[in-house]
Ligand binder design. Structure first.
Ligand code: M6R
Length: 614
């Protein structure tokens, strides 16, 4: 949930730290800070609020701060303690020699704090992280070795963490470690890096080493030493990073979100590439390693996910049940982990996550794994913690997603579900071949239809301007597009803070209809197919209560003009594939409303891109 960056080498550390934090800003942005070693003294610079506030402080003291060639930095999403300067990282011990940045939660911090206070430590913040600084300083006093001090400290810490530590007496050493929170080391020439995530590294190096849980790494400009928590030396596994620095640029778009929405045609092509070559060929999905016989005999599938990924999972349920006849349960990971879930080795459990670092989903997946279920992970980050839990790993290849509001990763997850459902249907021989071929053809031409929507956004912009003053918003749909309604509502509330809700259109009359009056916009997702007429009647019911009606439709029926004040038309598409097209105008609608309202589109308040706490 927070972002960490560390640098040791020959560059001005502050430049690397601030650039690194800028590229990690999606992980949190309510306060930030750096620790550097200036003339043999560890010095901290911190600011509440956006990273720019820290940059302003650094600018004023740049001549001094830039002397340091070592440093650690942090960008925070508050868990323990409000987002104030005192609670911002790095944290330090009482003598000021140790500085620590941390991502995660120290579960036993209260006991540790009490003990440390009894031993004379004075705490200056409300954070759990400060305990680590005092603990490492205490251990250092005993063993006079920073790696050993960190190792001994981690033996006493419970919870999830990624930590970087520096000590004043060691101006060329960073020690870092992790447990259930990501950390990656970047290898340079005469310099080394460490960060929560790859974007902080790719402009400097493509050589990286992912830290595993309980590994401790000691970095100097010319060396990297890796040990486990029992002090055994470990072999390093260096990988080449697949990312290009250009992935982090807005490429002329005003916001990352808009850029990422516009990338979606290519994202669909990427997901399909190598897996679906022609409508008369079978889907190739070597990523699914579940034995075909076992797959044929599966009697249950559970899907766990959160937020937008949960909405993709809901579409996935619909597809798998429809194509394969296997019952599928979808559950928010955060609920799945706190009840008696019935799962065993005959259940396939699918975890869906853009980041692969969502704590709730990681826990859910691990819980299912411990019961012997085959774990299939659908993620945009094949290098993530969740990916490492996978028996079958299906990377969605959307490219790095910077905007906090997920867009292109959603469409990539949807397309992955289409491929998985088709693949399963082909293995099970459970679907009509002509129907399959038609769907495959439609998938192949889907990018062109998305491009058509993206080329003409005027109607959507008009609609956005007209309704940007609304306090509430209702999205209705039925069947396979119910998750589309939920996703449209989530996008809108995330970035514009408008109270938006998605309902199944049939449920409207069972309660929500009471809220309707002339101030309430109701957007009906009205795609041609078996529930079209039903949604139309539900829309009539809403109109009769004076709601302001908007249609998102692939129908050209002239009569719709009588019922709907605004009509957003999209290219014709089969009902079964329509969620992958209908979501695009909803993403744009949310974007333009937030943009008209002057909201911080890419970094909405209170949110962070990956939620690494439960
Ligand atoms: O990385 P994940 O897909 O596991 O993240 C799950 C949710 O936190 C995420 O989808 C969140 O709802 C997004 N901000 C949606 O735009």
């Amino acid at each position: 949930m927070c972002g960490i960056v560390g640098y040791v080498g020959n560059k001005k550390a502050v430049d690397v730290l601030l650039e690194g934090l800028t590229s990690l800003e999606y992980r949190g942005y309510d306060s930030s800070g750096i620790a550097v070693n200036i003339d043999g003294k560890v010095q901290l610079f911190k600011a509440a609020g956006k990273l720019q506030n820290l940059k302003n402080i650094v600018e004023k003291n740049y001549a001094e701060i830039s002397k340091s060639t070592i440093g650690i930095g942090h960008i925070r999403w508050a868990t323990h303690g409000a987002p104030t300067v005192e609670n911002a990282h790095p944290h330090s011990c009482n003598c000021g020699k140790v500085a620590v940045v941390h991502n995660g939660i120290i579960e036993n911090f209260k006991e540790l704090r009490e003990r440390l206070e009894k031993n004379g430590c004075t705490f200056r913040s409300q954070t759990d992280t400060e305990t680590i600084a005092h603990l490492v300083a205490t251990k250092f006093g005993e063993v006079h070795n920073l790696t050993e001090a960190v190792r001994l400290a981690t033996k006493e810490i419970e919870g999830a963490y990624a930590i970087c530590v520096i000590h004043q007496d060691l101006p060329d050493t960073i020690v870092a470690t992790r447990r259930n929170a990501p950390l990656v080391v970047g290898l340079g020439e005469g310099e080394n890096y460490v960060a929560s995530d790859v974007p902080a590294l790719i402009q400097y190096t493509k050589k990286a080493m992912y830290l595993e849980d309980n590994q401790i790494v000691t970095l100097t400009p010319n060396s990297i030493e890796l040990i486990d928590i029992d002090n055994n030396p470990l072999k390093q596994k260096v990988e080449t990073l697949p990312w290009e620095p250009v992935a982090l640029s807005k490429m002329g778009y005003k916001h990352f979100m808009l850029k990422e929405i516009h990338e979606q045609p290519d994202v669909v092509r990427n997901v399909l590439s190598g897996k679906l070559r022609a409508s008369d060929e079978k889907v190739l999905l070597k990523e699914v390693t579940l034995d075909k016989e076992k797959l044929r005999n599966l009697n249950r599938i559970q899907i766990v996910a959160c937020g937008t990924s949960l909405h993709a999972a809901m579409v996935g349920k619909y597809l798998i049940e429809e194509f394969c006849g296997i019952p599928v349960d979808v559950e928010p990971s955060s609920e799945y982990i706190y009840r008696k879930t019935i799962t065993d080795k005959n259940t396939l459990v699918i975890g869906v996550s853009q980041s692969g670092e969502t704590a709730d989903t990681i826990t859910a997946v691990r819980q299912a794994k411990s019961k012997g279920s085959h774990i299939l992970i659908i993620t945009n980050r094949p290098d993530s913690t969740m990916a490492r839990e996978a028996d079958s790993l299906v990377p969605v290849n959307a490219g790095i997603e910077v905007s906090v509001a997920a867009t292109k990763s959603y469409i990539a997850q949807l397309i992955s579900f289409y491929l998985i459902a088709i693949y399963m249907a082909e293995v099970k021989n459970s679907m009509d071949l002509k129907e399959l071929a038609d769907l495959k053809h439609e998938l192949i031409i889907l990018p062109q239809k998305i491009e058509k929507i993206l080329a003409h956004t005027e109607d959507i912009q008009r609609c956005a301007r007209k309704f940007s003053g609304s306090k509430d918003f209702i999205f209705i749909a039925r069947g396979i597009n119910f998750p589309t309604a939920l996703e449209g509502a989530l996008k809108l509330k995330e970035i514009s803070y408008i109270n938006a809700t998605g309902y199944t259109a049939g449920e409207l009359k069972h309660g929500p209809i009471a809220m309707l009056d002339e101030s309430m916009p109701v957007l009906s997702i009205l795609m041609k197919g078996k529930v079209y007429d039903k949604i139309l009647s539900n829309s009539e019911e809403a109109k009769a209560r004076n709601a302001r009606m908007i249609a998102l439709t692939d129908s050209e029926d002239e009569k719709l003009k009588e019922l709907f004040e605004n009509i957003i038309e999209i290219p014709e598409i089969s009902e079964i594939l329509s969620p992958a097209l209908a979501v695009v105008p909803l993403q744009l609608l949310a974007y333009y409303i937030a943009e008209f309202l002057g909201k911080d589109v890419d970094q909405p308040r209170n949110l962070a891109k990956s939620v690494t706490v439960e």
